[in-house]
Design a protein around this ligand. Structure first.
Ligand SMILES: [Fe+2]
Length: 313
């Protein structure tokens, strides 16, 4: 059967994509950000997922205010990079996994989550920036290391889904993946955030204390996060901090017990707090599945080190 082995949380700041595309990753300002993802890329190379499910939000690229699906699952064979106003990013077309995506759509919809099925869609920085951060820079004529199933979530126009709904959707996705007959190793990304506000009197807001507590509770007490109302995200994490509910889909798709194997947090990048975490399903469970050799043992040591240095900048 297919199995979700790990969850990855990552900010998807558009300026990170611009730094990659314009060759600025070695500049001191950006090196501070990219150095935090070096161990993550090593982890990804070791983990070698067969498929990635990436939970992200579209920023008026594929969708507009004319049509705003709450949850939109990409079932197409490929997803070209979107033109976000200055041409598409120079990254490869994202290959989908229509068979697993269709299976997830069927399972989740029959579980009473009303997903929108998307058979044609471009994908913007919300998805391609975390892919670069975890897979590294990939030439636009090459291929990403694995197929990707995009799951776009509305967090741009009120009302976004609740954290609880997101978590429960993650649970339904976990069940769907585990009922897929092929032996696939799957990872799931939750992207967006962390605290940030782009406009208005509080533009530039960053709340590191809130962000740290959120990261802590992903493994320690996710049920506490599930209860956070929208207004608390707005007040504590800024207007765009609501993107963090997407991390709860990722968390819901994991086992109850997870190992935090890596974390990185830095401020600012552009006007945003950058947060990143890797959670592996508990090793005993993973061992029972007989497929996943967790990178956790090795990276646990790296995590201890990273924790000391995780608040930088
Ligand atoms: Fe965003």
């Amino acid at each position: 059967m297919a199995r979700i082995v790990a969850g990855i949380g990552s900010s998807h700041v558009p300026a990170i994509g611009a730094a990659i595309d314009n060759g600025k990753t070695e500049e001191p300002y950006w090196k501070r950000v990219f150095s935090g993802f070096e161990k993550s890329q090593e982890w990804m190379r070791e983990t070698k997922p067969d498929v990635a499910i990436i939970v992200y939000n579209d920023h008026a690229s594929a969708f507009s205010v004319d049509l705003i699906p709450t949850f939109a699952l990409g079932c197409a064979a490929e997803f070209p990079p979107a033109d976000e106003g200055w041409g598409p990013r120079p990254v490869p077309v994202v290959q989908g996994h229509p068979a697993l995506a269709s299976h997830i759509a069927q399972s989740v919809i029959l579980d009473e989550f009303d997903l929108t099925i998307v058979n044609k869609m471009t994908v913007d920085h919300g998805m391609t920036v975390p892919m670069n951060l975890l897979f590294g820079k990939v030439d636009k004529n090459a291929h990403w290391p694995c197929p990707v199933i995009p799951l776009a979530v509305n967090v741009v126009m009120y009302p976004p889904p609740t954290g609880h709904r997101c978590f429960m959707l993650g649970r339904a996705i976990k069940k769907a993946v585990e009922s897929y007959p092929d032996d696939l190793k799957v990872v799931i990304f939750g992207t967006g955030g962390l605290s940030h506000q782009i406009s208005g009197p509080r533009a530039g807001l960053i709340n590191s204390k809130w962000d740290k507590a959120f990261l802590d509770n992903l493994s320690k007490d996710p049920q506490k996060l599930v209860k956070i109302p929208h207004v608390d995200y707005m007040r504590e994490a800024g207007a765009e901090g609501i993107e963090m509910v997407m991390w709860l889909i990722m968390r819901g798709a994991l086992d109850d017990k997870v190992d935090e194997v890596y974390r990185f947090y830095t401020v600012p990048a552009s006007n945003t707090a950058v947060g990143h975490i890797i959670l592996e399903n508990h090793r005993r469970g993973a061992k029972a599945a007989g497929k996943h050799k967790p990178a956790a043992v090795k990276h646990k040591r790296a995590a201890a080190h990273a924790k000391v240095e995780r608040v930088r900048g």
